[in-house]
Design a protein around this ligand. Structure first.
Ligand code: ADP
Ligand code: MG
Ligand code: ZN
Length: 182
């Protein structure tokens, strides 16, 4: 049976680590695995998904979700990292994969630093059979963090690709969004 799993959380919450963990276990079980990530995320490598603690796994870098179906080969387990960057066609692609009996595991950042839902992550969580929410550690107080706080003022739009130079994990209190966008 096909199945959709979503791993959601802020930056540094361990989404890529958890994705790699699940995909590695599938490989140990001799299942064929293929991994995709969007071209927009080239922070570490064009050919790997990489976690902040530097575990990594080879992947195919694609521009749109439409490139997933023609490139799955014989894979039965499909990993997708940085799922928040895909447009709404990702929903149809993921449903088609699950209907064809594939296990689809998506990891993605669920909110912009403004606190608004990020891209299609909300919709993906709706269609998933299983949703896992991970939490980072708040860099101010040490509590559970829920958001990727942008240390610099936003310049153009919501998306600014970066790492701990630009973002840090914060809890609701320390992000002090006061219910408003930054
Ligand atoms: P994500 O894909 O969610 O951004 P990663 O899987 O790449 O997360 O990285 C998770 C790792 O990041 C943790 O295991 C830890 O080593 C490191 N890390 C750095 N900053 C934090 C933080 N504020 N809270 C938790 N982990 C952090
Ligand atoms: Mg990640
Ligand atoms: Zn805090």
């Amino acid at each position: 049976m096909g199945k959709v799993e979503v791993i959601a959380g802020s930056m540094f919450s361990g989404k890529t680590e958890e994705l790699i963990r699940r995909l590695t276990r599938a490989e140990i079980a001799k299942q064929k695995v293929v991994v995709f990530k969007p071209a927009i995320d080239n922070r570490y490598s064009d050919h790997h998904i990489v976690s902040h603690d530097i575990s990594k796994m080879p992947c195919m870098t694609i521009n749109t979700a439409d490139e997933i179906l023609p490139n799955i080969g014989k894979a039965t387990v499909i990993g997708i990292d940085e799922a928040q960057f895909f447009d709404e066609s990702i929903i149809n692609v993921v449903n088609q994969l699950a209907e064809r009996g594939k296990r689809v595991i998506l990891a993605g950042c669920e909110m912009y630093s403004s606190g608004e839902p990020f891209g299609q992550m909300g919709a993906l969580m709706c269609i998933a059979e299983e949703v896992t929410k991970l939490r980072a550690v708040c860099m101010v107080c040490g509590e559970e963090a829920y958001i990727s706080y942008r240390k610099e003022r936003p310049q153009n739009g919501n998306i600014l690709i970066g790492n701990s130079d630009i973002y840090e994990a914060r809890c609701r209190k320390c992000a002090h969004l006061n219910g408003k966008s930054q």
